[in-house]
Every structure is written in structure tokens, then in C-alpha cells.
Design a protein around this ligand. Structure first.
Ligand code: AHG
Ligand code: MN
Ligand code: MN
Length: 322
């Protein structure tokens, strides 16, 4: 089986980018080891702090954030960093070619239950037209990403990544400490019978979105004339991994009862990288109105509604929302 670096070389990925990707996935190997040790590595539970978004930080959120930051600083390849766990952008190396954003640990609520969690990352070219330490470095549409990926810490540790070509899946060989190519081209089936949504949020949904889910749940006797099944991990990274692996639709729609925070998921380090992975595996990724990768960002912690996965099912959902 092919290793990650030769695979990137064969894809003609630029050397600087390969070195940066290597830095990120090496940090994730360390996170993976600590996650697999559970209580033995003293990483479970919460800290006493909150991040800027008012969420309690878990020990593993903080530790993963620090590990990634330290290694990215050391790499010298990153001009500026943005992270879910950092209130503001973090200036790294002036003149370096790339900027990196990440959700160091997605699915924090799964940490203490030995559930699926993961690290989501995205890489853009640094901008020379704005100061190197400005948040405007990240004022780039998702379609500008030069690399998007996640490392999923499940029963196996897996890396899903695209550098513009196909979405490839690697599995961490823990005996050798390297990522091996196990799925050269992920391909999301256009149709599906599986959906992922937090059903407990129904009172927050628009009437149009309620109608869509109602018709899925109605099964063979409803207008869709098809039985659907539901899966929900509580970690977007795990849910989208399932969608990439066997099709499906993942939805986190607008909360109409909360005008100050109508969406939950963050554009920069959750929606955009996963949207690129999904699109490069023949899927679709939209908010209720717009292709996610076309959104002009206005803040590093900006949130968006997310509907992504099997192309025909995303279309079907968007038809209800018009
Ligand atoms: P994070 O752990 O990085 O804060 O993200 C959690 C996100 C996402 O992974 C998941 O889909 C969603 O929150 C679940 O939230 P609810 O359980 O509140 O629906
Ligand atoms: Mn997250
Ligand atoms: Mn997180």
C-alpha cells in the first residue's frame, strides 16, 4: 500500500505543501495516541475555561490545539493560524507561504464516552495584500482551499484529504507510524436512504425544513415512497466520514428561534474543509441557499447552516427549502 508522502509526490503536490501536510498529520498521530490511551493519558474531562464562543473547553480540545500550534510554528511554513480554540488569529511565521485553520477536536462531547472524534484542517495560500497577522488572511472563499482534510480517531485512525484532486482516504498503520492509502478515490453515491440530523432540534427548524424531514420519516407510505434510516454521531467529522464512506445526507439547519446565533457549525474550520472533501468525492455541500465553498467569509468564527452529502438527496432537500 502506498504511503502518504509518495502519494502526494505522485499527485505533483508542491514540496512546501507536502511538508506542511506532514507537520499536521504528525501532530494528529500524537493526538491519536493520546485519545487511544483514554483515561490513562489523563486527557478526559473539562478545563475550567470557555472559548470565545462560550463553549466549555475539554482538556483534549486544549491539548490538541497546543500540539498543532507548536508544530505549525516550528514548521516555518505557516504565516497565520486560526483555530476554534483561539479567540483571534495567531501570527506564526512572517513571509511563510500558507495559512492554516483547524478544529483541533471536533465532537468534544464524544471524548469522555470513547466515541468518534476528529481533527479538521484547511490550508490556504497566505495573502500578500494584507498584514501577515491580520484576520483578513482568512477572508478567502472555501473554493480557494489548497488542501482540506480531517483525521478521524475511531476504532482505526483515518485521514481523509484532498489537495484539489480526488478525496483520498488513508489509514494510520500504528505498527509503523505511517498513513497508508486505503481508498484512492472516495465516491459518494448520488442517492441515499440515510440521513443525519439532530432530531431533538425540531422546534428550532423552519416549516420548510420540517416538511423535508417529515417526508423522510414517512418512509414508503410518504411522498418520497422510500424508507430512510437515521444515524447521528454528535460529531460532524464522524457523520461526514460515514457520508463519504457509504453515502447519506448530513444536515445542521438554521435555528429560527435564535437570531443572534442562527447556525451552529463554523464556516472556516468545519463547513469549508468538509464541503471540499464532499464535493471532491462527487457530493454536494450547501447552506439552505448557497454553495458553501462560494461564501465570502466575514469572520473566522462565522457560523453557517450545513446540508451536505449525496448529490441527489441534497438537491431534494434544497427543493423543499425554496
Ligand atoms: P465541537 O466539538 O468542535 O464544538 O463541534 C461539535 C459540533 C459538531 O461536531 C456536531 O455535529 C455538533 O456540534 C453537534 O452539536 P449538537 O449535539 O448540539 O447538535
Ligand atoms: Mn467542531
Ligand atoms: Mn472542536
Amino acid at each position: 500500500m502506498k504511503r502518504l508522502i509518495p502519494c502526494l509526490e505522485a499527485d505533483k503536490t508542491e514540496i512546501e505543501l507536502i511538508l506542511l501536510i506532514k507537520t499536521i498529520v504528525t501532530a494528529c498521530k500524537d493526538i491519536s495516541f493520546r485519545v487511544s490511551q483514554g483515561a490513562l493519558s489523563n486527557v478526559l474531562g473539562s478545563t475550567l475555561d470557555e472559548n470565545i464562543q462560550g463553549e466549555t473547553q475539554k482538556k483534549l480540545d486544549v491539548l490538541s490545539n497546543q500540539l498543532l500550534k507548536d508544530m505549525l510554528f516550528e514548521s516555518g511554513k505557516v504565516r497565520t493560524i486560526a483555530s476554534e480554540e483561539e479567540d483571534y488569529v495567531v501570527a506564526a511565521t512572517e513571509g511563510a507561504p500558507y495559512i492554516v485553520a483547524f478544529d483541533p477536536l471536533d465532537g468534544s462531547s464524544n471524548i469522555d464516552i470513547n466515541g468518534q472524534i476528529g481533527t479538521i484542517f484547511t490550508i490556504y495560500r497566505a495573502r500578500d495584500d494584507v498584514p501577515f497577522d491580520s484576520k483578513l488572511q482568512f477572508a478567502q472563499k472555501g473554493s480557494e482551499q489548497v488542501c482540506a482534510g480531517y483525521v478521524l480517531y475511531g476504532p482505526a485512525t483515518m485521514l481523509a484529504m484532498t489537495t484539489g484532486g480526488p478525496t483520498r482516504l488513508f489509514t494510520l498503520d500504528k505498527t509503523q507510524g505511517c498513513y497508508l492509502l486505503t481508498e484512492p478515490e472516495m465516491n459518494i453515491s448520488a442517492d441515499t436512504q440515510e440521513f443525519a440530523v439532530n432530531m431533538a432540534n425540531q422546534t428550532q427548524w423552519s416549516e420548510l425544513f420540517k416538511a423535508y424531514i417529515h417526508d423522510l420519516v414517512a418512509g414508503e407510505s410518504g411522498v418520497r415512497n422510500k424508507r430512510f434510516n437515521m444515524r447521528w454521531n454528535g460529531a460532524m467529522v464522524g457523520d461526514v466520514h460515514r457520508v463519504l464512506s457509504r453515502g447519506g445526507i448530513f444536515c445542521y439547519p438554521t435555528n429560527i428561534n435564535n437570531p443572534t446565533q442562527p447556525a451552529k457549525l463554523r464556516l472556516l474550520y468545519e463547513a469549508n474543509p468538509l464541503a471540499m472533501l464532499v464535493e471532491n468525492a462527487q457530493g454536494k455541500a450547501f447552506t439552505e441557499t448557497t454553495r458553501i465553498l462560494d461564501i465570502e467569509p466575514d469572520d473566522i468564527h462565522q457560523r453557517v447552516a450545513v446540508i451536505m452529502g449525496s448529490a441527489n438527496e441534497v438537491d431534494a432537500c434544497l427543493n423543499y427549502l425554496q
